[in-house]
Write a protein that binds this ligand. Structure first.
Ligand code: NAD
Length: 545
């Protein structure tokens, strides 16, 4: 399989705009019908991740390459470059030049391309998911979910002909004001490792539909899905230069922040990088939307359906190995539901930890050994601070030898947790659930409201009045009742709040459209009546309508 993944150097060719770098064109090694279905061996040669500039895959004139490891085996599966300064310059120039052409495409034409893009994403869902399994470690069905949630944003973007309608009003006799929204120009997108397809697709379809162009920096740990996505966009008819993909770490991020041709930045990732990017880019006058870290609570009342609640909780806490920004990481038991912990543990023990390509696996490995070590340290520190290790996943060892060097952590449950312990204060981003006990719903709501984050929260109950009290009083951007991961579908926006979001307008939905466009009002006067006014300039503000 690896040979089909390997990129083929085609030839040295000139791009349609002048790029100063000598470029070498490549092809992706996967197709809609040929993609990895198993892990690579230690002797397999890693494939090269190209950049995408001007609708061409380009092998970097490398300054530095980073290894991409398969988290299940820690074999190196790919190498991704730190794009050179010239490549970064080329990508931004390409997007800047293409904006002049793309913004002139009619909205109907852009919509046609959006429909085709959706179709191609659907046809290539398994292909994209397979690369996610290899680079990120998710189970194959979960990786397909990653693609699907991004695809849904692309589907919603097909409604651009309705969403993009302006407003007009005859504000005075023969005078009309029209409000339209125009694209901003080049938008930079900086993405995290945990949703290699969904997060690039949170912005890309809306960026395209609104007439903007883009430079995307996928996570240097999982760039493969984004590469396929841009290939499909080009196939759908997106012209050269509209989408560009560059790679790397701080150097690439700094160029995106600092280049004056980039007008807005969409960021999804951790707090440290997000605050840095938000503050620096805002100070330079750019629009920024930044989705950051989280600590999501699930409150359970005794009147709920216990079995349904446990299934929902364990799926939301341990699915994707807890590496979802909306994963439930804290369970708040109210009253006698603290006695249900034994049943939660019994069910969590049934979850199978293993390779993402194994259909029987429920959760895969963590992204890297650092993440595994950090999770174990947080668990140990929390136990030292008084928490009880009610289910210990730290000793999990896969039975197959080739996975024994993988970053696996079994579902872990800590009880007697209190604020001040690392497992409560920090986002662990691993299959670790902290359990806190309170006596009443009011106490639970107060407890959750004190947490600085505001990405997601959920209540499980059969009581309408309790749900009503909860939804009115809880301070969090995405609230679920009997829904463990309450992310709305993309006809709404992803509305994380408090410390989980920096900016004013959230990703996709109406907010996303507003973020990626600027308003313009056009006021016109075409007098129908004969001129009866005195023909002289009026120097005062009008006082009559
Ligand atoms: P990360 O912050 O390490 O990386 C995100 C991006 O920022 C990457 O492209 C990376 O190259 C870049 N980056 C990292 N450190 C940087 C720095 N110091 N300066 C400039 N750029 C930097 O995040 P991650 O580990 O890839 O992703 C996990 C985090 O993302 C978690 O905290 C998770 O909660 C968060 N996340 C949030 C949401 C949300 O919607 N709120 C969604 C997905 C992930």
């Amino acid at each position: 399989m690896l040979s089909s993944l390997r990129l083929t150097i085609l030839s040295n060719q000139r791009s349609s705009i002048r790029l100063a770098t000598a470029i070498r064109r490549l092809n992706l090694g996967t197709t809609a019908t040929s993609y990895p279905t198993k892990h690579t061996g230690v002797n397999d040669e890693p494939y090269i991740t190209p950049s995408f500039i001007n609708n061409k895959f380009i092998k970097s004139e490398l300054s530095e390459w980073f290894d991409i490891h398969d988290p299940a085996t820690n074999h190196v599966v790919s190498k991704v470059p730190q794009s050179t300064p010239q490549e970064l310059e080329d990508a931004i120039t390409s997007a800047h030049e293409a904006f002049k052409i793309w913004k002139e495409y009619s909205v109907i034409k852009r919509q046609g391309i959006a429909f085709k893009f959706v179709q191609l994403l659907r046809e290539n869902m398994d292909r994209i998911a397979s690369v996610i399994v290899l680079e990120q470690g998710k189970t194959f069905p979960d990786a397909k979910g990653d693609v699907l949630r991004g695809l849904q944003v692309a589907e919603a973007a097909c409604n651009i002909t309705n969403d993009f309608k302006g407003e007009t009003l005859e504000v005075s006799t023969d005078m009309e004001t029209k409000l339209i929204r125009e694209p901003l120009g080049v938008v930079g997108s900086i993405c995290p490792f945990n949703f290699p397809a969904m997060v690039p697709l949170w912005a890309l379809p809306v960026v395209l539909a609104t007439g903007n162009t883009t430079v995307i920096k996928p996570s240097e740990r999982v760039p493969g899905a984004a590469m396929i996505i841009c290939e499909l966009a080009a196939q759908a008819g997106v012209p050269p230069g509209v989408i560009n993909i560059v790679h790397g770490k701080h150097e690439t991020v700094n160029k995106i922040i600092e280049d004056p041709r980039i007008k807005a930045i969409t960021f999804v990732g951790g707090d440290k990088a997000g605050k840095y990017i938000y503050e620096k880019a805002s100070a330079l006058g750019k629009r920024v939307q930044a989705n950051l870290g989280a600590k999501n609570h699930l409150i359970v009342l005794p009147d709920t359906d216990k079995k349904r609640f446990i299934n929902a909780l364990n799926g939301a806490a341990f699915g994707a190995a807890g590496q979802r920004c909306m994963a439930i990481s804290v369970l708040v038991t109210v009253g006698k539901t603290k006695e249900w912990v034994a049943d939660i543990i019994a069910d969590a023990k049934k979850l199978r930890v293993g390779s993402g390509f194994d259909p029987s696996s429920d959760l895969g490995p963590l992204i890297n050994p650092t993440s595994l070590t950090r999770s174990k340290e947080i668990i140990a520190d929390s136990v030292a601070a008084g928490a009880t290790l009610a289910l210990d996943g730290t000793k999990f060892v896969p039975s197959e030898e080739r996975f024994q060097k993988g970053n696996f952590l079994g579902p872990t449950i800590l009880t007697d947790v209190k604020p001040g312990m690392r497992c409560y204060d920090e986002e662990i981003f691993a299959p670790v659930l902290s359990v806190v006990n309170v006596d009443t719903l009011e106490e639970a709501v107060d407890f959750v409201n004190k947490n600085p984050y505001g990405n997601g929260v959920s209540l499980f109950t059969h009581s309408g009045p309790a749900a009503q009290y909860f939804t009115k009083n809880i301070e969090c951007g995405q609230v679920g009742v009997n829904v463990p991961i309450p992310v709305p579908l993309p006809m709404f926006s992803f509305t994380g709040s408090k410390a989980s979001f920096l900016g004013d307008l959230n990703f996709y939905g109406k907010n996303g459209l507003m973020f990626l466009t600027k308003p313009k009002t056009i006021t016109t006067l075409w007098k129908v009546d004969e001129i009866d006014e005195e023909l002289k300039p009026s120097t005062s503000m009008p006082v009559q309508h």
